[in-house]
Design a protein around this ligand. Structure first.
Ligand code: ATR
Length: 280
């Protein structure tokens, strides 16, 4: 698409951002949808976050994505939060609505769309174990609790964090926190197991967040990690006959929901997926 004096900016702020596939994917989306915009990745140091946000507002950005380490820290610099972002306590998408910066969180809903479209798993009356209690676990557990799961177990290395998150989630469904390495019984009772920790991510592909013998064939095992595409946890799950769900879909759908917030149009999912799948 031709860059002109009316081309408007979009972007990603985080630190680091040099590995991100978002510029390639989102510029293609703008081209497909005919939006005169350009999307760039900006490495912003934590002590420059406020200045960066004010700058983007002053320059008339359509909106932007927010990634590690700014998802929580950005909140005081925004004008408004939508309800889901407020509940999750983190923002990954900002929309500039006539000069007002509104924060959204599309991670949880992106995960849910990926799960339902790629696995056809129904959450009603299901028991779920979430591994991890950080930002990603917060988005996924609150979204799943609101979507109607019967019971959630949150398993984390630091048990106090699992207990704190389960207390929040109790607002929507039955929830309790357990230790990551003593989650055997909870996993045995679960239909879905979701890894939100970074254990097993490149370059530590040989690691697994839990002892692999905790897995059983009736599980759907879902891993938010997308590098490698199939983690050790998913390999083992597949080898014992359990169903598996990789992390690329969440990456795709959280971006798709962001596109819908910015442009009010359906995202071109198939083309976006091709770009992500061709990633290194
Ligand atoms: P994110 O936004 O990706 O969720 P985060 O908020 O830093 O990142 O959370 C990281 C999660 O992975 C936490 O649940 C963390 O466990 P602790 O709360 O005990 O720190 C978990 N995690 C990271 N590295 C881990 C490791 N080596 N062993 C066990 N858990 C780990």
């Amino acid at each position: 698409m031709k860059l002109t004096a009316t081309t408007r900016p979009l972007g990603l702020i985080g630190h680091p951002v040099s590995h991100s596939k978002s510029p390639e994917m989102l510029n293609e989306v703008c081209k497909i949808l005919g939006i005169p915009a350009v999307y760039l990745a900006y490495a912003v140091e934590p002590n420059q976050l406020e200045e960066a946000v004010r700058g983007m507002k002053a320059l008339g950005f359509i909106g932007f994505n927010v990634t590690i380490p700014h998802k929580v820290a950005i909140i005081p610099f925004l004008d408004e939060l939508d309800d889901t972002a407020a509940e999750i306590g983190a923002v990954n998408t900002v929309v500039n609505q006539d000069g007002k910066l509104i924060g959204y969180n599309t991670d949880g809903v992106g995960y849910l769309r990926s799960l339902t479209e790629e696995t056809a798993f129904s959450l009603r009356d299901k028991t779920v174990t979430i591994l991890g209690a950080g930002g990603a676990a917060r988005a996924v557990s609150i979204t799943l609790a609101k979507a109607g799961v019967k019971e959630l177990f949150i398993a984390n290395r630091t048990v106090e964090k699992a207990e704190q998150l389960s207390e929040v989630v109790t607002k929507w469904t039955r929830a309790s926190g357990v230790s990551l390495h003593e989650s055997n019984e909870e996993i045995a009772k679960s239909h879905l197991l979701v890894n939100t920790t970074s254990i097993g991510m490149t370059p530590s592909e040989e690691h697994s967040p839990i002892p692999l013998e905790y897995l059983h064939p009736a599980l759907l095992v879902s891993d938010l990690i997308y590098r490698p595409k199939e983690t050790k946890l998913l390999q083992r799950a597949a080898s014992i006959g359990a169903s598996t769900h990789g992390g690329l879909g969440m990456l795709l759908y959280q971006a798709a929901v962001a596109v819908e917030h910015w442009f009010g149009q359906k995202a071109p999912i198939a083309q976006m997926r091709t770009i992500l799948e061709n990633g290194d």
